[in-house]
Design a protein around this ligand. Sequence first.
Ligand code: F6R
Length: 265
Amino acid sequence: MRVIIADNATEVANIAAKKVASVFRQTRAGGRTPVFGLATGSSPIGTYEALAELRKAGEFDTDGIVAFALDEYVGLDYSHPESYHAVIHRTVTEPLGLEHKNVHVPDGLAADLRAACESFEDAITEAGGVDLQLLGIGTNGHIGFNEPTSSLNSRTRFKTLAPQTRVDNARFFDSLDQVPLHCLTQGIGTILDARQVVLVAQGEAKAAAVAAMIEGPLSSMCPASALQLHRDALVVIDRPAAKRLQLLDYYRHINRYQPAELEKY
Ligand code: F6R
């Protein structure tokens, strides 16, 4: 796991966006159209904004890019501004100029939720797998909506949100009561299948979860610790989110002495 401690949230976004753009270019150079794994929530917003700027500057193009969101609330109408269908449309599809038909979000309104999860997994496979998965992390260590004690081998499925997650996400709704109880989420196994993973985190509220993810034991109690098993995971965090890392100086040392011939990010 590569860890980059950025000076501030803007730098987190810029580093993550440069990495995404570089993976997109490499994927096209290898003869494939990139498949982009999308996170929602507040953490990746700056990265999407920085990506839109890089695209405008001609650093990469989004022609034909297929995207898969991590999760969706169950039972929340897609016209609701906080449904992940709406959030992804507003923060990713439009600003990055993706084609609506190429952007997949789990169907939290499906009559048969199990079948919806299976066809979501099938669609990822048919697209050739995710090239780069962008992630945030919950204060309880979740990735996607894989709450503590989620199977580290799980696939897309129905989950009950942890009370802490509902409290954390209440800021997007008028009241806690309005935060749905359930979701569909890609599994940890699904996320680990992505060829590359970039996780962004900002702010001290994430510091404990970030430390458990990077330096804690591999445990379903911190679902993000499963990224320790990933061969190509990059974690980009700001200083407050890095506050509880024991090996902070070592991560800085690695980045300072990164050989020039290796790609910087
Ligand atoms: C959302 C998601 C979640 C969030 C996490 C952090 O698609 O996958 O894991 O990344 O809850 O949320 P924010 O970024 O709002 O702090």
